[in-house]
Ligand binder design. Structure first.
Ligand code: F6P
Length: 395
């Protein structure tokens, strides 16, 4: 492959903490080790479409102090798929006769803008949606190296995405707060965490936070079993209970809990609200069982109170954990090294604690993104261990 003199860097999809640490590692490696010029493309694919106005020089000075900063100095977008770009006019998004948005394929404009800017290769930092477009641009002749991010940790091709560790740490801080207030009031505290269709965030948060029950999409649950485990905790010495619920878990009746329907987002819907549903269901069930004094649990807990919290986007913000800073630095540095070694059309992955190249066609094998999806293994060692610790999954 020809020499890379000018490197473009962009961040896409939902943000997560650690994006800046990767940008820093890419720029520092590219400049210090290879004498490249670096350019940041702001707002991901929309930036590629708009061209020069969105391109900013990245120097050692302007990445020097960003290793721990949340967010991204290059901004993110998770809905600008240029292969299916919503058409707009003065009224907003143009809709067809069936009421659905009309789309155009404007990807060619992006390819032209990359060439016009003299960019020899792109480091694209993103999750499955962003990397799907990355794969498609590599098919159109652009040199691409992907870097896997997402707090959901649900990409099959890598052992761990960056951003996950920081999000788990943020959740565990919240769990520690919920436990002190829950204990003071002898309450049941339900924490809903993100993760889309995957339960990794909930599983790790629940184990690290000492939860009594964890509800995840990968393990069908019986709410009665969750209630029984919570009751056991209320009857125990600690007299309070903590339940962690993944946003992708269905309601006790088996329905997905959706907070937003968004036609123009690649996801189509946003999940959220299951925590409140579980909290109400548990409260009703726990209070429907009473002893001869009319007490639900004891003379200390005559009536059970459940409260739910959802951290929502708090999980994606704030300073990057130390472990993620190291992981991001490894990812960013390896991305540049691999490009120089000739690994175009690849993503850098963490496998068995080594940074290795994986072909983008393997990462995103078809137009069906779910094939790269990594759910929690319900029979895996982590779930088995959690059960040994007394954590109930409702199965
Ligand atoms: O994929 C990352 C993620 O944070 C999910 O956990 C969550 O469901 C989704 O993004 C939220 O997306 P948005 O920022 O568009 O609300």
């Amino acid at each position: 492959m020809g020499e890379i003199k000018k490197l473009g860097i962009m961040t896409g999809g939902g943000d997560c903490s650690g994006l800046n640490a990767v940008i820093r590692a890419v720029v520092t490696t590219a400049i210090n080790k290879y004498g490249m010029e670096c350019v940041g493309i702001q707002n991901c694919y929309r930036g590629l479409y708009l061209g020069e106005s969105q391109m900013v020089p990245l120097t050692l000075d302007n990445v020097d102090e960003i290793i721990g900063d949340g967010g991204t100095i290059l901004y993110n977008s998770n809905k600008d798929n240029l292969f299916k770009y919503p058409r707009r006019d003065k009224n907003g998004i143009v809709k067809g006769a069936n009421g659905k948005p009309l789309y155009d394929n404007v990807s060619g404009v992006a390819v032209e803008n990359v060439k016009k800017a003299g960019i020899d290769a792109l480091v694209i930092i993103g999750g499955d949606g962003t990397l799907t477009s990355g794969r498609d641009y590599s098919r159109m002749g652009i040199k691409v190296m992907g870097v896997p991010k997402t707090i959901d940790n649900d990409l099959n091709s890598t052992d761990q995405t960056f951003g996950f560790d920081t999000a788990v740490n943020r959740n565990v801080d919240a769990v520690d707060c919920l436990k002190t207030t829950g204990k003071s009031h002898h309450r049941v505290m339900v924490l809903e965490v993100m993760g889309r269709e995957a339960g990794h965030l909930a599983l790790h948060t629940g184990i690290a936070g000492g939860a009594d029950a964890i509800i995840i999409p990968e393990i069908p649950y019986d709410i009665v079993k969750i209630k029984d485990r919570v009751k056991k905790a209320l009857l125990s010495k600690k007299q309070y209970s903590l339940v962690v619920v993944a946003e992708g878990a269905p309601s006790p009746e088996g329905k997905s809990v959706i907070s937003i329907v968004q036609d123009t987002s690649p996801d189509g819907v946003k999940l959220g609200g299951i925590g409140g549903i579980i909290s109400k269901a548990l409260e009703a069930m726990l209070n429907s069982e009473r002893d001869e004094n009319g007490y639900a649990i004891s003379d200390t807990i005559m009536d059970v109170e459940c409260r739910s919290s959802a951290l929502s986007h708090v999980q994606r913000g704030g300073d990057t954990s130390a472990a993620d800073r190291v992981l991001c630095t490894r990812y960013g540095s390896a991305a540049v090294n691999l490009l120089v070694e000739g690994y175009d059309k690849h993503m850098v992955a963490l496998r068995n604690n080594e940074m290795v190249p994986v072909p983008l066609e393997e990462v995103i094998p078809s137009s069906n993104m779910s094939s790269n999806f990594k759910p929690v293994d319900p029979n895996g060692s982590l779930v088995k261990m959690a059960k040994t610790m007394g954590i109930c999954f409702g199965d």
